[in-house]
Write a protein that binds this ligand. Structure first.
Ligand code: FUB
Length: 324
């Protein structure tokens, strides 16, 4: 049976859980971490994932089922390596799996695959989404039917290299007192297979409207965006990377700007932290990962979940990962 704050599965290592409620159940679209003895580095070479498994739970206290491999790198023509954190969406009577991976030139791109079932298997498109780059796609299908893809990650995720919207290999990030690099957003086409526009950089500001700077490493965007709506507001949540927390910002439109609100999850065991937030049966849940199952190996992670609560004013009640 699934239990809050405990690994959802232990027979494989999983990370980057993007959870959704599809067909009345919770479906989780995680990365599948591979076991190896390679060294860690800041480029993320230790994250050598090659395929995706999908997990599901009929309820929060039901068993977590592994639906097996639903897409493998060898079946995606444009991919060379590193199938990282995916997300899924439902529209047009079709399930879409969005996934980042390196193309044949080693540049991270975002691909899409489709299925008639939330549990797959998924059939990839021939090429990546033209105009896509970097990592960590997260898709919101808004109440009006418009869909948006959010993405981007610093360091190994290559977002620094796209500051001009053209790829400049090994480009440096901004000065510490300059505005931080923001995640990107683009509206998806009606068929969900392409983007309608050049991705825009999202603005994240403080309560005075000042852009968060690159030096504010406990606030600035690093990777792992997630978008959810609560009481009509748009909540952009993300990882701060090298300061290892999950934080959020609130806005009035899907493209922002977003006002920084604060931290909602303290650091977990392991370097990375990556999450999603869903509503299920009138309660809200945070899905996240840590490296507790492997005793702290950064690339051998496990997905977990816990209830998430809001204050009256819509702020999220901060959580400590190892306290109830
Ligand atoms: O799983 C590989 C990478 O690690 C993801 O893309 C990041 O968000 C981080 O969790």
């Amino acid at each position: 049976m699934a239990k809050q704050n405990e690994p959802l599965v232990t027979h494989i290592y999983t990370a980057d859980p993007s959870a959704h409620v599809f067909e009345g159940k919770i479906y989780i679209y995680p990365s599948h971490d591979l076991v190896h003895n390679g060294e860690d580095n800041d480029n993320g070479d230790q994250y050598r994932m090659e395929d995706y498994h999908i997990l599901s739970m009929d309820d929060v206290d039901a068993p977590c089922v592994d639906h097996g491999e639903v897409l493998h790198m060898k079946d995606v023509k444009w991919v060379s390596e590193q199938m990282w954190a995916p997300d899924a969406a439902f529209k047009n009577d079709t399930y879409y799996l969005y996934f980042p991976a390196r193309d044949k030139d080693g540049i991270f791109r975002i691909g899409v695959a489709t299925s008639k079932s939330p549990a797959g298997p998924f059939v990839p498109e021939e090429n990546y989404i033209l105009g896509s780059f970097s990592i960590d796609p997260a898709v919101l299908v808004d109440d009006d039917g418009k869909a948006y893809i959010y993405f981007g990650g610093l360091w190994g995720g290559q977002l620094e290299m796209w500051q001009t919207n053209n790829f400049i290999r090994n480009a440096e990030g901004p000065a510490l007192d300059a505005p931080a690099i923001g995640p990107r957003v683009a509206e998806l086409s009606d068929d969900m297979l392409s983007i309608k526009e050049i991705p825009q950089e999202i603005k994240i500001v403080d309560e005075d409207g000042r852009l968060i700077t690159a030096g504010e490493t406990d606030k600035r965007y690093f990777e792992g965006p997630w978008m959810h709506k609560y009481n009509g507001k748009y909540y952009l949540s993300y990882s701060t990377g090298d300061t290892h927390t999950l934080v959020y910002a609130i806005g009035d439109s899907p493209k922002g700007p977003f006002t920084f609100k604060g931290k909602f999850l303290d650091p977990v065991i392991g370097w990375t932290t990556h999450h999603s937030i869903i509503e299920f049966k009138d309660k809200w849940y945070l899905f996240y990962h840590d490296s507790s199952l492997s005793g702290g190996v950064n690339h051998e992670r496990c997905v977990k979940f816990r209830e998430l609560k809001y204050n009256e004013d819509g702020t999220i009640i901060p959580m400590k990962p190892y306290e109830d």
